[in-house]
Structure formats: structure tokens, C-alpha cells
Design a protein around this ligand. Structure first.
Ligand SMILES: Nc1ncnc2c1ncn2[C@@H]1O[C@H](COP(=O)(O)OP(=O)(O)OP(=O)(O)O)[C@@H](O)[C@H]1O
Ligand SMILES: [Mg+2]
Length: 320
């Protein structure tokens, strides 16, 4: 595979704080890597070192084969970076900022025109092009930040919380944009929105206290959740007791948890032993018992629960 970003033994210490502690990974063309971790885990610090904005205490970063410290111009040509909080020049307008970025990136006339038109259209900036950036709403500022990161069509994109502050429609647009760009680039995004990982990322790295605690496809991470292959069932309250005792007697059922219980409706989650597929045995038992259920679904697993377990302490997931 075509590795566009390679990080080896990256470490950053701020006095006594180990913000990033010996992190290694690489990202290939076509991959969208979700970089996850709790507040203060070291995501932004890693991204700052990967883009050359902060020098590491130890370790090495290369972008398209160029060393970040030794070839800063070469890597900046190939890299688009959206820093945390999208710092921008507030007295400029999006139009003047984007033109300024094209100037300092020395884009030729054609690349400049295509790049400008592409970002204005895909990030829907038309309406605010001539309004000072400091007067823009948070979401528009973020979109201008993204626009400057992608205007030169870089091979590697490092985006620190790209959808932070965007409304649901804009989140959707940005995710589609990332998806369209993903085939020709290596993309790293940090996010706290776990559904985003499912929606756009082909791989997820979770870091905690500066260390990688998981590096997997999102679907594999979900599989490590205790909810993987659990079966959710909604039952009319009057049938619930009989239904639960029937289900509890199935050999592969480990436990049944009641998650909702009101006068009309009971909702349960049935956990299998060893995450086995128990849907078939549950429906057979229910049919044989002559019971009716309102809804039944199988869980893929919950990223949020895996994230919590890995970052608060708990189980380990094997790395890819
Ligand atoms: N310039 C600095 N001086 C001292 N400590 C710093 C500096 N920059 C970051 N840190 C510390 O490094 C650790 C990692 O911070 P970082 O900003 O990388 O976390 P993060 O994963 O991006 O968190 P968040 O989800 O809140 O954005 C934190 O403990 C932070 O306080
Ligand atoms: Mg951060």
C-alpha cells in the first residue's frame, strides 16, 4: 500500500507531562483514519507534530516520504491542515483569505481557479465570501478553515475536529466531501462524534494518556463491545414476564437486561454467551411459546461503550 503518512515513536513531553508517548502508525492512500480519545489524550499534539507545527521530543514523521523536520516546504505542499479551533485572520473575508492562501501556496492560475471554485461550492461559502471572518458564525468559520486546508488539493489531510460546531446538514455535507476525497488521499480526522467514525472512517485509532490503546476497523471495534450480537426486544408489558423467563432458559443466553419498563411496553436486551448469534434460537422459543413481540433487532456493538472501556481503564482490544 501507498503509505503517505508515517509516524514512528512520536513523543512529546511538556515538562513533567507526557502528552504523546511513543506513538507509531502509518496512513495509506485511500484510508480515512479516525483519531479518537478523551480530552487531553494527545490528539491535537500528535497532529501538530505530524504537520510540523510543533517539534517532537522524540520520534519521526514523514509525509509522502519527506521528513517533516528536514523538508518543511516539501511536506507543506503535500499537506492540508485544519488546526483545532480553526484559527483564521478575523479581519479578512473568506474571499481574501482564500486568495491569500493560493498566493502563499504559489498555485498556478488553473489550480487556483479550480481550487477556489471547488471549496466555495463544496463548503457552501458563496453567501459569506465578502463578510469579515470575525463576524461569521462558528460553523462558517470552521468551513472557511476547512476550505483553506483543501484548496491546494493535498495528498495528506490532517483535520482536527473538522465537523465541530457544524449543524447536522453541514456535518453531512462535510462527511460526503471527505468520502469523495478519500480515494486519492490519506486523511486523518480527530473527532468526539463516534457516529462519524462509523460514517466516514475506514480505520480508528483510540489514544488515551498519549498512548495508542486500539487500532482497528470501526466494525472490529464494535465487535469487541459486549453489545455485539445482543438482541433487543420490545414486548407488550402483559407478555413480558413469560417472554423473559422463556428467553432466560435458552442455553446460549447469558443475561437479560430490562432497559425500559412502563405500563404498556417493556424493552429488553438479551446478551449471548461468547457473543454468539442467538437471534434464531430466540425467535424459535418465542414462536413455540405462542408469544408475540413488537420488535426485535440485533446489535452490531456500541463504539461508545468500547471507547469508555478503553479510555477509563478496562479491557484491551488486539491491534490491527
Ligand atoms: N503547549 C503546551 N504546554 C503544556 N501542556 C500542553 C501544551 N499543549 C498541550 N498540552 C497538554 O498535553 C496534553 C494533550 O493535549 P492535547 O491538546 O493534545 O489533547 P487532545 O487529545 O487534543 O484533547 P481535546 O479532545 O480536548 O482536544 C494535555 O494534558 C494538555 O494540557
Ligand atoms: Mg484537541
Amino acid at each position: 500500500m501507498d503509505k503517505l503518512l508515517e509516524i514512528n515513536g512520536l513523543t512529546k513531553r511538556f515538562g513533567p507531562i507526557s502528552a504523546v508517548d511513543n506513538i507509531s502508525f502509518s496512513v495509506s492512500r485511500g484510508e480515512v483514519l479516525g483519531f479518537l480519545g478523551p480530552n487531553g489524550a494527545g490528539k491535537s499534539t500528535t497532529m501538530k507534530m505530524a504537520t510540523g507545527y510543533l517539534s517532537p521530543t522524540n520520534g519521526k514523521v514523514s509525509v509522502c516520504g519527506y521528513d517533516v523536520l528536514h523538508s518543511p516546504l516539501e511536506i507543506k505542499r503535500r499537506l492540508g491542515y485544519l488546526p483545532e479551533g480553526a484559527p483564521l485572520y478575523g479581519d479578512m473575508t473568506p474571499n481574501s483569505l482564500l486568495n491569500f492562501v493560493c498566493d502563499i501556496r504559489q498555485l498556478n492560475k488553473e489550480k487556483r481557479k479550480t481550487g477556489y471554485e471547488h471549496v466555495v461550492e463544496s463548503l457552501q461559502l458563496e453567501r459569506v465570501l465578502h463578510q469579515p471572518i470575525e463576524t461569521l458564525s462558528k460553523g462558517y468559520k470552521r468551513r472557511v478553515g476547512l476550505a483553506q486546508a483543501i484548496i491546494h488539493d493535498p495528498e495528506v489531510l490532517i483535520l482536527d475536529e473538522p465537523t465541530d460546531g457544524l449543524d447536522p446538514n453541514q456535518k453531512h455535507e462535510v462527511r460526503q466531501l471527505l468520502d469523495r476525497m478519500s480515494h486519492s488521499k490519506a486523511i486523518v480526522i480527530s473527532t468526539h462524534i463516534l457516529e462519524e467514525v462509523d460514517a466516514v472512517c475506514s480505520r480508528a485509532i483510540i489514544i488515551s494518556q498519549g498512548k495508542i490503546v486500539a487500532d482497528q476497523k470501526p466494525s472490529m471495534l464494535e465487535r469487541s463491545s459486549r453489545f455485539h450480537n445482543a438482541v433487543g426486544i420490545r414486548i407488550e408489558a402483559e407478555n413480558s414476564e413469560r417472554c423473559i423467563s422463556l428467553i432466560e432458559s435458552i442455553p446460549d443466553v447469558l443475561t437479560v437486561e430490562i432497559v425500559r419498563n412502563d405500563d404498556e411496553l417493556v424493552e429488553i436486551i438479551v446478551f449471548p454467551s461468547n457473543k454468539t448469534d442467538i437471534l434464531g434460537s430466540i425467535s424459535n422459543s418465542i414462536d413455540e411459546g405462542g408469544l408475540k413481540v413488537l420488535e426485535m433487532y440485533v446489535e452490531r456493538g456500541r463504539l461508545e461503550e468500547v471507547f469508555r472501556e478503553l479510555t477509563v481503564g478496562g479491557f484491551e482490544v488486539g491491534n490491527a
